[in-house]
Ligand binder design. Structure first.
Ligand SMILES: NC(=O)c1ccc[n+]([C@@H]2O[C@H](COP(=O)([O-])OP(=O)(O)OC[C@H]3O[C@@H](n4cnc5c(N)ncnc54)[C@H](O)[C@@H]3O)[C@@H](O)[C@H]2O)c1
Length: 441
């Protein structure tokens, strides 16, 4: 890849409809869909979405060129989105949105028609992977390969029925239990053999990811599950020239962590401990009450500080900090999560100080704009001929996927710079380094 020529990348125009396929018609996905439909009708604003609201500075600071991102790169429009999905329950998106209790009933009623039309297809599910849910709307026939084929048939039917020529899949399903990559995940051949033998190491989310890639559909993972972060599926994505990204939307507490910790490090302030606890009462909270599912979440939530603070480079400041994350299921709160952080820091000569953060957030309200941006950017990446892991989309994830041997970039400001520079690179604009010496010549 030649960065010096700065030739614009050839990007196919976003013609026709863009299909959005979502495993998991729950709180996040219905808040996303209802939100887009409300925004289309002028009922609300797409707050939190870079693709809809953010500008991008081009050229020198004196040039005064700051177009909207959506005018700078050719993105699909909101009116072009059509939706489909799978769930282990039969509720259509209107019923699911009502049950999720994220949005007010009055708003949901205004978009009842498009939401009611989204009826989930039967899901591929395995109890072992999500212990707290007991679904009834399932594909039960045959091997895991047969189930992958059934999902591919669903995708083909969806494309035909909606007339969309491009599609993106984004996992908004429940968090599956933690598992490490096994032998069956190492190569495409081993994975396909595993599908035929219904290898227990292959999770339902991996069957969706396989079906997505085999159908030429870019795939994103909004949950912390291993899913496509395995050699077999990453090889498949590259072979088939499909962009992918993940894992785990960076929304509440981890978002705050990636705002605060780069600031502490920038000022060379030390850290003795960071204790994070959460209460939430939605279905996600219920699933995360299971230790296996929580373990997946814990891994992605814990990984952030080590990478940002680099204890190996700054042992005096960050060599010994204690980091714990807890999530408690507390039904009265529903989707309105509360996340507390107690941060023990130290300054000049080691003098201790404390920071307390109490974030009364709304999980799905924070996640919905991320879903929209990921859908639009993944589709852009596909039309720009980009394949494999899209590291420039790390901005959206708690545990960004990277090439083997690369540590992930967690600092949200570096992630944003990377995202915007990738857009500049696509359009043949100068990358912005913030050197700025030319202003003083
Ligand atoms: N809301 C956030 O801020 C946030 C942040 C990061 C990650 N996430 C993750 O996003 C995912 C969705 O969150 P949510 O709040 O919408 O949860 P939710 O429980 O409301 O929705 C998940 C849906 O997935 C369905 N499901 C489970 N297994 C499935 C399968 N195999 N196939 C199809 N459907 C399946 C469930 O029935 C449920 O309807 C969770 O994994 C969550 O951890 C959410």
């Amino acid at each position: 890849m030649n960065l010096s020529t700065q030739q614009p990348v050839k990007i196919a125009p976003p013609e026709g409809k863009l299909g959005v396929l979502i495993p998991g018609i729950g709180a996040v996905s219905t808040t996303f869909i209802a939100g887009v439909e409300a925004i289309k009708r002028g009922i609300g604003l797409p707050v939190g979405s870079l693709t809809q609201l953010a500008t991008i500075r081009l050229g020198k600071r004196t040039d005064n060129r700051s177009p909207l991102i959506k005018e700078f790169v050719p993105l699909a429009g909101l009116n072009d989105l059509v939706y489909g999905g799978w769930d282990i329950f039969e509720d259509n998106a209107y019923e699911a949105a009502k049950k999720a209790q994220v949005l007010e009933s009055s708003l949901i009623e205004k978009v009842k028609e498009p939401l009611s039309a989204i009826k989930p297809m039967k899901a591929v599910f395995e109890q072992e992977y999500v212990k707290r849910l007991h679904g009834t709307h399932l594909k039960t026939e045959g091997s895991k390969m047969d189930k992958a084929q059934a999902l591919m048939d669903d995708i083909a039917r969806f494309k035909k029925e909606t007339g969309c020529n491009r599609t993106v899949m984004i996992w908004c399903g429940s968090t599956e239990v933690f598992h490490r990559p096994a032998e069956v995940h190492q190569t495409v051949a081993a994975f396909e053999e595993g599908l035929r033998k219904s290898d227990p190491e292959i999770a339902p989310s991996q069957i969706y990811a396989y079906a997505s890639l085999m159908s030429g559909v870019p795939f994103a993972n909004g949950a912390p599950n291993l899913t496509h972060d395995i050699p077999a599926l990453l090889d498949l994505a590259r072979e088939r020239q499909i962009p992918v990204c993940g894992k785990d939307f960076k929304t509440g507490q981890t978002f705050m962590k990636t705002l605060l910790s780069p600031g502490l490090k920038a000022r060379m302030l030390g850290l003795n401990g960071w204790f994070s606890t959460n209460i939430l009462g939605n279905r996600d909270g219920e699933v995360l009450d299971d230790p296996g599912s929580f373990r997946s979440k814990e891994e992605t939530k814990l990984s952030v500080l080590d990478t940002i603070l680099q204890p190996q480079l700054y042992p005096d400041l960050y060599g010994k900090f204690f980091h714990a994350v807890r999530i408690n299921y507390y039904p009265p709160r529903g989707d309105a999560k509360e996340g507390w952080d107690n941060i023990d820091i130290f300054g000049w000569l080691g003098y201790p100080m404390q920071i307390k953060v109490d974030f009364l957030c709304r999980d799905s309200i924070l996640a919905a704009p991320l879903v929209l941006d990921l859908v639009l950017f993944l589709d852009l990446a596909q039309r720009a001929g980009m394949k494999g892991i899209q590291e420039w989309l790390s901005f959206y994830f708690k545990a960004p996927m990277t090439a083997p041997g690369l540590y992930p970039e967690h600092d949200i400001f570096i992630q944003l710079m990377k995202l915007k520079n990738t857009l500049r690179w696509m359009r043949g604009e100068d990358l912005i380094t913030h050197l700025g010496l030319e202003y003083y010549d």
